[in-house]
Design a protein around this ligand. Structure first.
Ligand code: SF4
Length: 321
């Protein structure tokens, strides 16, 4: 690991001003991803700004929804009684992420910004456009079983690893961001970027900006998260589905569906949602919806199985809702 300096800050203004002045500085809270990347030589930072003392860990329910502070620990959010009651999809997504120890340490803001788990990205021996732009992508001709079937480019085919981001995408969450000059609120749909020709740019977060909170609007319907992975715990998704359904007299009034493990960003199933709206809640509807969901899929050499898997996962998630 390269040498770095460390500073703990107690004011948000000071934290943001420090990053603004020193482009080699990086915020750290849980550090569960960042420190691993630094140890592996994948990411360098000359200065770490510890933001754990900032007052950004509140979970506040208001009339129009909930605001979750960016440095709330994953486990605190997952076990919050009102989160469990009103937004079970969030609690379920968090509890199927990482391990209990990591969830006690990692923050929700950090979870949204974690880097991809592509093995070629995390090993500097291999070419990776995300790590070093223009150098090539080892995964395209390499072992790409875990990679994308939607939204990839010829420059990068990695998938976004966060379960929480998939649940938040189904709930139309807002990311609240602060810089020295201004605060801004961005829909999670616009927060993540597809790789295109610049896979090194993953979000619209600018240098000097800090995620301070995540806002989730009220949602009256049932919600559910289903994750399929190679082992029962401490594993990233092969595919996952976050669902929020509003059903009246066995007819689907509205649906929000997002997929994980299949694209470089949480993948909202807009067309599938439109398809099932107004249809009866039964297996025939779910099976037809699954065909709509995979229409645009473009598998890699080793992951055609994800097409069948995402269909079955969607049918099961809809059946459990
Ligand atoms: Fe790098 Fe993306 Fe290729 Fe993985 S898929 S090696 S992250 S460019």
């Amino acid at each position: 690991m390269q040498p770095f300096s460390y500073a703990k800050v107690s004011s948000q203004e000071r934290a943001i001003a420090t990053i603004e002045q020193d482009k080699t500085a990086v915020f750290i809270a849980g550090g569960t991803d960042l420190l691993g990347l630094m140890k592996d030589g994948v990411q360098t930072a000359k200065k770490l700004i510890d933001i754990n003392s900032l007052p950004l860990a509140d979970i506040e329910f208001q009339n129009n929804g909930v605001s979750i502070g960016a440095i709330s620990r994953m486990s605190d959010v997952a076990f919050h009684p009102q989160v469990q009651e009103c937004y079970p999809v969030i609690s379920q997504a968090l509890l199927q992420s990482a391990s209990p120890q990591l969830r006690n340490m990692a923050t929700v803001g950090g979870n949204l910004l974690q880097r991809v788990r592509c093995g070629y990205f995390r090993d500097p021996v291999f070419p990776c456009n995300k790590r070093t732009p223009g150098i090539g992508c080892a995964a395209i001709t390499g072992h790409n079983r875990m990679h994308a079937i939607f939204g990839a480019s010829e420059h990068c085919i990695a998938v976004h690893p966060s379960d929480l981001a998939v649940a938040l995408t189904a709930l139309d969450a807002i990311i609240c961001i602060q810089s020295v000059e201004k605060s801004r609120r961005i829909s999670i749909h616009d927060f993540y970027l597809l790789p295109g020709e610049t896979p090194e740019i993953e979000t619209v977060l600018q240098s000097g900006e800090l995620i301070v909170a995540i806002e989730i609007p009220n949602f009256a319907s049932k919600s559910h998260y289903l994750k399929v992975r190679d082992r029962a715990s401490y594993e990233f998704a092969l595919v996952s589905v976050a669902i929020a359904l509003e059903v009246e007299e066995d007819i689907i009034k509205s649906a929000r569906i997002a997929f994980g493990g299949v694209a470089p960003k949480p993948w909202r199933g807009w067309e599938t949602e439109e398809f099932i709206k107004g249809k009866p809640i039964n297996l025939a509807t779910f099976t037809a919806a699954a065909e709509v969901a995979i229409k645009e899929a473009k598998p890699q050499t080793h992951n055609e199985f994800k097409i069948e898997l995402i269909k079955r996962a969607l049918i099961r998630a809809l059946s459990n809702s």
